[in-house]
Write a protein that binds this ligand. Structure first.
Ligand SMILES: [Zn+2]
Length: 255
């Protein structure tokens, strides 16, 4: 970026900075993630900050500063009013933005990520009957699309170790390797002194990173990984919970 630049941005977070300024964390279409100061935002005369609430898409004029760059002008494009007026929507949109902020690097331009985040905010904003179950599904699908986009697409088709198509039964998800491992491969034989098989144990090297995964969970994650699939599906709360926990642990592992 030169002395100044115009771009679209989604406001991720906002906090007070110095006495009367605000520090924004934004994801811009042209420059990736940036921290920007809004000078004098806390003064009652400041009109700009109204366009810069978290969960807003705005056009920004960014001016190069000595420390932080700052916002020279802002024009709100979409304040996602439907999200603001619904606590469920606000909760899940907040979760999406939090996950995004957690894993996104600074100053790396990525138009596809901008469009992905914007797409999900628009989807949630416009959804008519948004309930908690749907929120979980939206969040899961966003998480999987987002992880795929940043290079962490979970392998759900074939066992990562023997490369055979995963069959129904006792299977695992390897958090470290980022994909499924079949029951056979997850176990190693522990030999006794006579060389006979004594017992089968989960491979100790990977024990801490292996989670059991149910057949239904494998199916739903595969379904959600396919971008063309719709979210109008019925899934039991139990399976959604299992898939959400799995993604949560996976994110902790890669973060
Ligand atoms: Zn295997």
């Amino acid at each position: 970026m030169g002395e100044s630049g115009n771009t679209k941005a989604i406001i991720l977070d906002s906090r007070t900075y110095r006495e009367s300024d605000v520090l924004l964390s934004v994801f811009t279409l042209d420059f990736g993630r940036l921290n920007l100061v809004v000078r004098g935002a806390k003064k009652s005369s400041s009109k700009m900050i109204g366009h810069l609430e978290p969960l807003t898409r705005a056009k920004l004029m960014i001016i190069k500063g000595r420390g932080f760059d700052y916002v020279g002008g802002a024009l709100g494009e979409n304040s996602f009013q439907g999200i603001r007026e619904d606590l469920n929507k606000l909760f899940y949109a907040g979760k999406i933005v939090a996950l995004f902020s957690k894993l996104i690097k600074e100053k790396e331009k990525d138009e596809r990520l901008f469009l992905l985040l914007n797409h999900y905010l628009e989807l949630i904003d416009q959804e008519l009957n948004f309930n908690k179950d749907q929120g979980e599904l939206f969040f899961l699908k966003f998480s999987l699309s987002f992880l795929s986009e940043i290079g962490y697409k979970p392998e759900m088709g074939a066992c990562l170790r023997c490369h055979k198509r995963l069959e129904k039964g006792l299977n695992y998800f390897d958090l470290q390797a980022g994909g499924v491992v079949c029951g056979k491969c997850a176990k190693i034989k522990i030999n006794n002194f006579n060389g006979e098989d004594k017992e089968e144990k989960l491979s100790t090297a990977n024990q801490s990173s292996l989670l059991t995964i149910s057949n239904n969970c494998v199916i739903i994650v595969r379904y959600l990984l396919d971008l063309d699939n719709k979210l109008k599906i019925r899934v039991s709360k139990k399976v959604i919970k299992e898939a959400s926990d799995l993604i949560k642990k996976f994110v902790l592992y890669i973060n």
